[in-house]
Design a binder for this molecule. Structure first.
Ligand code: DGL
Length: 278
């Protein structure tokens, strides 16, 4: 006996605003699907939080999106992907509903660097949580065991971006500081991953600070292309994703604050609603 499943939006989760950079690339490539975006702004940033807390908060968001009917949830947050994805996939999904899927941003990003590096020395700019989790190192070891990853935590970049303090000498100082620290780790790094969903907002500044021969990878289009490929390969999931081209924005913070800062990330006005997680 087959059970009918009502098609529902694709869930997109981030600790706050950064996932909007991923969502906008996904919507550019896959505009027909419906999406529910959840930003846990009231409890962000996640980048400096422990494994246990990031896991618990992320699981609460995933459960919320499942309760809204989502069959597929994208963790559009490197910190959540690094600290919570594997446990949710391996330990929680089998109990909650093994037909639902949760995907992250680290795997598709690592897959993309394979065709970019020549030296095999890769730099990672990310939150302290993502760098210290070792998730990028582990994923690279699986896919490209001959490559080496050099991680540089950039704790000041998220607050500078969220406070719209990116057009001044203070921001330039912290961009130079972290890039110099990264390149000092190995002088043959030839590819750098922007491993935080906020960083596309300072892409041009980072690009200008890096030597020209170094390739810089931003994640949005890579994650979008990977999702497109995933939906093609998984018709059982694709067929339960609804398609009216709609997007709902939900935040755990005040919607007015969310909408104001979201314009920095989306260059578009949106309407958001407040939710509670946990
Ligand atoms: N969105 C997070 C990431 O991609 C950064 C923001 C935070 O620290 O919560 O790692």
């Amino acid at each position: 006996m087959s059970t009918h499943v009502t098609p529902a939006p694709i869930g997109v989760f981030d600790s706050g605003y950064g996932g909007l950079t991923i969502l906008s690339e996904i919507r550019r490539l896959l505009p027909d699907y419906d999406y529910i975006y959840v930003g846990d702004n009231a409890r962000a940033p996640y980048g400096t939080r422990s494994f246990e807390i990031v896991y618990r908060f992320t699981l609460e968001a995933v459960q919320y999106l499942f309760d809204r009917g989502c069959r597929l949830v994208i963790l559009a947050c490197n910190t959540a992907s690094a600290k919570a994805l594997r446990t949710i996939q391996q330990c929680d999904l089998p109990h909650i509903d093994s037909s639902r899927r949760v995907l992250g941003v680290i795997r598709p990003t690592v897959e993309a660097i394979g065709s970019m590096t020549r030296s095999g020395n890769i730099g990672l700019l990310a939150t302290p949580g993502t760098v210290l989790s070792g998730s990028y190192t582990a994923e690279i070891a699986k896919l490209f065991p001959e490559y080496h990853l050099y991680g540089q935590p950039c704790p000041m970049w998220v607050p500078l971006i969220e406070n719209n303090e990116t057009h001044n000498a203070g921001c330039d100082f912290f961009i130079t500081k972290y890039i110099d620290a990264l390149l000092a780790q190995n002088d043959s790094i030839d590819t750098v991953i922007l491993g935080c969903t906020h960083y596309p907002l300072i892409f041009d500044k980072i690009r200008a600070c890096l030597p020209k021969h170094i390739a810089l990878l931003s994640q949005g289009h890579v994650v979008a292309a990977s999702l497109q490929d995933y939906l093609r390969r998984h018709p059982e999931i694709e067929s339960v994703c609804s398609r009216h081209g709609r997007c709902t924005y939900l935040t755990t913070e005040s919607p007015a604050k969310f909408m104001e800062t979201a314009t920095l990330f989306l260059h578009d006005d949106i309407v958001a609603e407040q939710i509670e997680l946990g």
